[in-house]
Design a protein around this ligand. Structure first.
Ligand SMILES: [Zn+2]
Ligand SMILES: [Zn+2]
Length: 817
């Protein structure tokens, strides 16, 4: 083996060889091995791969590689979730236009161009990480062939009664001029102003004081409410009160949900200032005044304020209130406002005609299914359950955008009848194509308008479990459905995990996945959110180029408990790199000593104490690592293997057996064979256990040292080791531990005397404390002598507290140099 560990060369080589070998292809014809399918999230193409992506794909890939070695037929697919506001906004910014400025086709073409570029960048990063994806499965949600699936699912859900069109209040982004779902609203803390405004009572000189942070909504005031238990105000319930500046009156109503302690305890109900207004309007059957237009201006309903944008209207109304003597005072408050998760504009609530998916009736089923499957870590399931319980509205699935899957619907121009595409029509774009019918089935009309609204991008990505399994094209798609594992980030549980659940439950009456793996977010080294402006940003391509995939993957695997947020620390990657160098060096050393070793000739098993000791510990390590992988505790798996490799295998075993391997004339061929056998098998086991985490280096060593004997074309398709109970030897472990603490005590002695570790010891006297212990220590003398370079070792049974005490034992040692 070459002396230097050249990770760039090794990693590139294996990435392309694995692809040539085709070992990551799911075998669609194999019905013998059990399938294991990973519901890989199709990411939004957003440019360069970032460290968050590195964390996610390392998780997915470790599971895929581990399961493959467990003998499963693994499906690890990869798609790209192309559509969405994010891309539209970036195209607008890059070209300095608004989407309505250019023909829609041109705009879509620019979106596709940008998405293709971003996919190229992200794919390069994912390949560099060495993810074992089956690239024959690659798909893009913007391709008409994928539209086909999204549209088909829409048609089927429509037929099952889950899709409806209605005029309901929805979250609305005025900047992007589109409806958005609850899940796309971020809540941010902001400083606002509370205005105390006089509302005069009808036929009276009395007034009530109302505190509001949104005075611009006064023109849409439809009622004033107080808590019926609030004795300051409950005698006003039922009376009329005039809306300031508007020359009209509304009724004062009683409503238990009013908090008497907020503001003045008197509240204006406007359509719609917030979600509470929506609830009150529905409950008390109040009229709706549509105050805002779709681009965030005041409508005709706002009388003299019509045409102003929200902020302008606020200023104008506050000025008029002040002039009229109706503004009593203002005060600053901290408030939470909803903003669009893409463009950060403040979200408004508008009542508009939209397409909805009936999701509220599925909430109980979502919760039940979430509870029935394992989550890694378990507590994360509450995020889905809490979100589901908190939802008030059905899912608004239509969007007023361009770059998206079209809704396969037309309307009859004369009677308004809805014409839905037949299953055989899709993919189809009603914005450009006519429905394949001669006339309207209701009125016989022959002219139709295609739906110009398009589908929410989550409508594309929330059928992945079925799509990955081969739906709707493969008759046997249920073989891979539900997906074995759904990996999700803490940030997308409320969207992706939730939408997958409701979509598949509605479509197939079956949950989409049988387990969930959650990853946290990647933070900067300072524990804050990673961002370029905070100067704590690490660019994934730079990290991968500098330290290689195997080192970086160790950071991802070992950076923290699964599901927790993980800081990116360059020193973690560096530690990973140094570990690989250590492993490379020890493998080089072993391959020299094992040059003529023929593993097929069963070693004559005269195992020495330390052989039995490390073989037993290796079995226990295997058990711990297997359990950790089963529970997706990657940090535990990687720490166990690294500590064992470094501090048990390299520090003690390899040092101890050097003499036995170099000097067979002294110790005999059988003894040497036992050491060779042990060295060979333990190293192989470590490579196997590490293979899911650091696939490249383990493959390189495997190919150089083990290919012929073990016979698997890649370590990645070798069979995961089963714990061999016959090799577990508690007595050998205990006795071997004593030998190693004697070694470390002597090493400490050298260190304190400022001697190098390989400094020879002329005489080493070991006082065992009793005859029994002396027998044990004598079994390890050869190894102790080799490790410590001790010329003479004397083991005495007597108890003599002299020299250095060895750990917790009764053993003492004395050294002479
Ligand atoms: Zn927006
Ligand atoms: Zn008609």
């Amino acid at each position: 083996m070459p002396k230097e560990y050249n990770f760039t060369e090794i990693e590139r080589k294996w990435q392309s060889k694995w692809e040539e070998m085709g070992i990551y292809h799911y075998d669609w014809n194999d019905k013998v091995r059990g399938p294991f399918s990973i519901d890989t999230p199709p990411p939004y193409p957003s440019g360069e791969l970032h460290m968050g992506n590195v964390l996610n794909w390392t998780y997915f890939d470790m599971v895929a590689r581990y399961k493959r070695m467990q003998g499963f037929n693994v499906l690890f697919p990869q798609g790209w979730d192309c559509h969405g506001l994010g891309i539209e906004i970036q195209v607008e910014k890059a070209r300095n236009i608004r989407k309505r400025d250019v023909p829609p086709d041109q705009f879509r073409a620019w979106c596709i161009e940008l998405v293709e570029k971003y996919i190229g960048m992200m794919k390069e990063g994912i390949l560099k990480m060495g993810a074992s994806i089956d690239w024959t499965t690659e798909y893009k949600t913007m391709d008409p062939d994928y539209w086909r699936r999204t549209q088909l699912s829409f048609v089927l859900l429509y037929k099952k009664g889950f899709m409806y069109r209605g005029t309901h209040p929805v979250n609305w982004c005025p900047r992007d001029e589109t409806a958005i779902a609850d899940a796309e609203v971020d809540h941010v803390k902001k400083e606002g102003v509370l205005h105390y405004i006089r509302f005069n009572l009808e036929r009276s000189t009395e007034y009530l004081l109302i505190a509001t942070s949104r005075p611009e909504f006064i023109p849409a005031c439809v009622a004033v409410e107080v808590n019926p238990k609030d004795e300051r105000y409950n005698n006003y319930i039922g009376r009329k009160i005039s809306v300031p500046l508007m020359n009209r009156e509304v009724t004062i109503i009683g409503e238990e949900s009013v908090d008497p302690c907020f503001g003045t305890g008197v509240v204006q109900i406007c359509t719609y200032g917030d979600k509470e207004d929506v609830k009150t309007v529905i409950k008390h059957k109040l009229p709706v005044i549509r105050l805002l237009t779709t681009n965030g201006q005041i409508s005709e309903a706002g009388c003299k304020y019509a045409g102003l944008y929200v902020n302008q209207a606020r200023a104008a109304i506050v000025a008029d209130l002040t002039a009229a003597g109706l503004l009593e005072k203002t005060e600053k408050i901290q408030q939470e406002v909803g903003v669009c998760d893409r463009c950060k504009a403040q979200v408004e609530i508008l009542e508009v005609k939209q397409w909805f998916m009936k999701t509220m009736p599925l909430s109980a089923a979502v919760e039940k299914n979430a509870n029935e499957i394992p989550w890694y870590p378990d507590y994360m399931k509450n995020r889905l359950i809490d979100w589901t319980r908190a939802l008030d509205w059905d899912w608004v699935v239509s969007r007023q955008r361009l770059f998206a899957t079209p809704i396969p619907i037309w309307y009859c121009k004369s009677c308004g009848e809805v014409i839905i595409a037949q299953e055989s029509w899709v993919p189809i774009d009603p914005r450009m194509e006519k429905p394949k019918v001669d006339k309207c089935p209701r009125c016989g009309g022959t002219e139709f308008t295609g739906e110009t609204d398009v589908l929410d991008t989550w409508m594309d990505s929330s059928i992945t479990c079925a799509v990955h399994a081969g739906w709707p094209d493969r008759a046997d798609w249920k073989h891979l459905f539900p997906a074995s594992m759904h990996p999700s980030g803490t940030d997308i549980i409320r969207t992706w995990a939730y939408y997958l659940m409701v979509r598949h439950l509605a479509l197939f009456d079956q949950r989409p996945f049988n387990s969930v793996l959650i990853n946290g977010m990647v933070l900067g080294a300072d524990g804050r959110k990673m961002s370029k402006s905070l100067k704590n940003y690490a660019a994934a391509p730079e990290v991968l180029n500098k330290s290689g995939a195997d080192a970086t993957r160790q950071w991802a695997a070992g950076g923290g408990a699964t599901g927790s947020d993980i800081p990116f620390r360059a020193q973690d990657v560096e530690y990973g790199r140094r570990f690989l160098v250590k492993l490379w060096n020890v493998a080089g050393f072993a391959s020299n000593l094992l040059a003529n070793y023929k593993p097929q000739e069963k070693a004559d098993m005269e195992l020495e104490l330390l052989d039995k000791w490390i073989l037993s510990k290796t079995e226990k390590l295997t058990q711990k690592v297997t359990e950790a992988f089963e529970k997706c505790q990657f940090n535990i798996a990687v720490e166990e293997i690294r500590n064992f490799t470094w501090h048990v295998f390299c520090d003690y075993y390899v040092e101890a057996v050097k003499d036995r391997l170099y000097k067979s004339e002294v110790y005999g061929a059988a003894n040497r064979a036992a050491a060779q056998h042990t060295l060979y098998e333990v190293l192989y086991r470590l490579l196997q256990l590490l293979a899911p985490v650091t696939p490249h280096l383990t493959e390189e060593i495997y190919q150089q040292m083990y290919l012929d004997a073990k016979g698997f074309k890649s370590i990645q398709v070798s069979l995961w080791p089963k714990v061999n109970p016959a090799l577990i030897d508690e007595a050998a472990e205990k006795d071997g531990d004593l030998i190693t603490v004697i070694m470390s005590e002597a090493r400490r002695d050298k260190a304190e005397k400022k001697l190098p570790l390989n400094a020879p010891i002329k005489n080493l006297t070991i006082y065992a404390g009793n005859a029994e212990t002396a027998v044990i220590i004598r079994q390890g003398c050869v190894d102790i002598a080799a490790t410590l370079k001790a010329d003479n070792i004397k083991v005495l049974a007597e108890k003599q507290p002299e020299g250095r005490k060895v750990g917790q034992s009764e053993v003492y040692i004395k050294t002479e140099y």
